[in-house]
Design a protein. Structure first.
Ligand SMILES: [Zn+2]
Length: 240
């Protein structure tokens, strides 16, 4: 298991430890995390009722240090104007026309000239760059705003700063509807599995290759709400 993963926060540690040591990670680890969340915020994370997926993602995917920074720099004098820190490995993505998720993220994370900003020292052009934490966030969740966001199996993101390519791979899709969540899990070879704890227990059912599945946006009349993407490089063995 990727060591960066465990360092993200204690919930990720609980999940990864559970995955490595416990055969029934889905039930026992979920209960442990549920109790811990209830102690932090008993109103949001009640012991009886359902849980808000947004609130859950926010807690589970928060990071001790920044995950991503947008730096605004002057292209002429190099002055750093300001930076925005993102402390959650969790994004909301929306689109007004049909676009692949990889394209939307690339657009969001690639360098952009800021036409409305000017350097206060030299009136130079301001450029926004994206900087990821050196400990690449191993797991990022993306909330899908609408059906225009097309789900694709791989995401390759290039960073200007590091001058090397950082890749994320789609490893899960969470579907929501009728007060329940189900999921599809995608392995490194794009085998896609169906998971519904209530129907299939701890088993995942193989559906086929990712590109043979007709409607990635729906599963049992539930709609895709969140994508889980995982950092990887080719020399590294990813645990899931
Ligand atoms: Zn300047």
């Amino acid at each position: 298991m990727d060591e960066n993963m465990k360092e993200t926060n204690r919930f990720i540690t609980m999940l990864t430890n559970g995955w490595e040591t416990d055969e029934h990670v889905q039930e026992t680890t979920r209960d442990k995390i549920h109790k811990a969340l209830h102690i932090i915020d008993p109103e949001t994370f009640t012991m009886g009722d359902g849980t808000d997926l947004y609130a859950l993602c926010r807690e589970i995917l928060q990071s001790k240090s920044f995950v991503l920074k947008h730096n605004y720099k002057c292209s002429q004098c190099d002055e750093l104007i300001e930076s925005e820190k993102q402390m959650y490995a969790w994004w909301y993505v929306n689109s007004n026309k049909r676009t692949q998720i990889s394209r939307l993220l690339k657009n969001e994370w690639s360098n952009k000239v800021q036409n409305r900003m000017q350097c206060p020292s030299c009136h130079g052009q301001i450029i926004m760059t994206t900087q990821f934490n050196k400990k690449h966030p191993p797991l990022i969740c993306i909330s899908i705003g609408n059906e225009n966001v097309q789900i694709t199996a791989s995401l390759s993101i290039k960073f200007f700063e590091a001058s090397n390519s950082i890749k994320y791979r789609l490893c899960g899709i969470i579907y929501h509807g009728g007060f329940r969540f189900t999921a599809r899990l995608i392995d490194k070879n794009t085998n896609t599995y169906y998971y519904d704890g209530m129907k299939t227990g701890p088993e995942c059912i193989l559906e086929g290759k990712f590109n043979t599945i007709e409607n990635m946006y729906e599963l049992d009349q539930r709609k895709a709400s969140t994508l889980v993407i995982h950092y990887y490089n080719d020399s590294m063995t990813v645990g899931w």
